[in-house]
Write a protein that binds this ligand. Sequence first.
Ligand code: ADP
Ligand code: GLC
Length: 482
Amino acid sequence: MNHLSILFVTSEMAPWVKTGGLGDVAAALPAALRRARHDVRVLIPAYPALLQAFPDARPVAELPALAPALPPARLLAAGLPLLLLDCPEFFARAGNPYLDAHGHDQADNAIRFGLLSRVAALLGQPGSPLDWRPDVVHLNDWQSALAPAWLHYEGGAASVVTVHNIAFQGNFAADHLTALGLPEHAWRFDGVEYHGQLSFLKAGLQLATLISTVSPTYAQEIQDEAFGYGLAPLLRHRAGALRGILNGVDSTLWNPAADPALAVPYAANRLAAKRENKRALQQEMGLDFAADRPLFGIISRLTEQKGLDLVLTLGEGITKLPAQLAILGSGDKLMEAGFRDLATRFPGQIAVRLGFDEALAHRIEAGADCFLMPSRFEPCGLNQMYSLRYGTPPIVRATGGLADTVIDVSEATLADKTANGFVIAEATPHALWLALERATRCWHDRKLWQRIQQNGMRRDFSWEHAAHDYVTLYRDAIAARH
Ligand code: ADP
Ligand code: GLC
């Protein structure tokens, strides 16, 4: 099999720039493709954190102003290999790649990520300034999803758009069409126009050669009005071009037997040591040393999507189960205040850390007994998979990737050794409460709990499977383009 040249385009990449799961995917998937001997280059804005991490990055191309609103820029080549899109006036900003210091979208996101999309397309076109030409350009989320528009109208490589979250679409005022240098005739309902706006994601879903999302269930769900955020009709129309490929877990980063962030390493056949991590976590977060009750963990962006308002409602009840709760998250200010308030009311039983803390995230996965992720929708979800690997059975809602990875405990699933967590059908406090009670009862049965833990720990979530499916997707896109 000949090897492919792939341009992977992303707006974040762990460990340097990460706001959520896309950062993890952008690090792990290109690496897995490289292990399969494909030539993958990652195009990403040259954020300060990346320039610092790669001080030897060297200029490989000067880009002229590609459209009225787009300033000249440079491409730097670095490690891995990366292509850093260097445009200081757009990307030399500290902190979150999308938001300003007040948590609002940066005012010029349309042209910042318009530039990323435009350059991504250019690198797949005959006019590319590089002597390297990709067979396929792989765009991720709205920030690069406009690229297929140029590849479609002007010609160029095959393109694939992956939706990591359809709730974020990158919809902007109509005058961006000319500002970004798109042709007039792209302004059509089957082009880049979407309810009178220029939509990056709509454009990508309409014009990419093939499209994918990050789990098979979410690929079905987004064709339904309830999950499609307005794009369901388009996705139904393109159903034949849409696939669901489940994300993997980077087992070099998420492995309880070799995780430098943990107090004590452990494995499926050495689960006793997990208890020491619980004690260390209780200490770190200021929770009472209670061995007689389960500790529930949460690591999350605090948004409506994640269903954590249900946990807020049940906070007091959780302490009476009795159980403890450890939360790491940031986001919605009201939700942050709600969790802070719970921690104040129930000291020693509920602990909250507001902020982003990678190492603590690992220690919560290891130290908690059970993980909570009652998302209203979840394209894939990585934390439930990390939880399964860490012997921390998750409680999830049956949606998207959660439905594809977590198998509810029942007599049948215990018998066939697939039971690995607790699944609720509805995002209601009552449904979550019943699951919390059920999980607590199971936890008190040590032998049963260990079986559930081991079922989860033994499941193979390696990226190799996903990488294989992406290669098939790329080959199909290349064939379709010709
Ligand atoms: P999403 O991408 O929707 O946020 P995922 O479950 O796919 O959800 O991925 C979230 C990723 O971000 C995980 O790696 C998780 O550990 C991490 N994460 C989320 N919030 C925090 C936080 N406050 N501190 C550290 N890591 C976090
Ligand atoms: C998004 C989704 C999440 C998914 C991640 C990586 O942020 O919300 O479910 O795991 O992207 O694909």
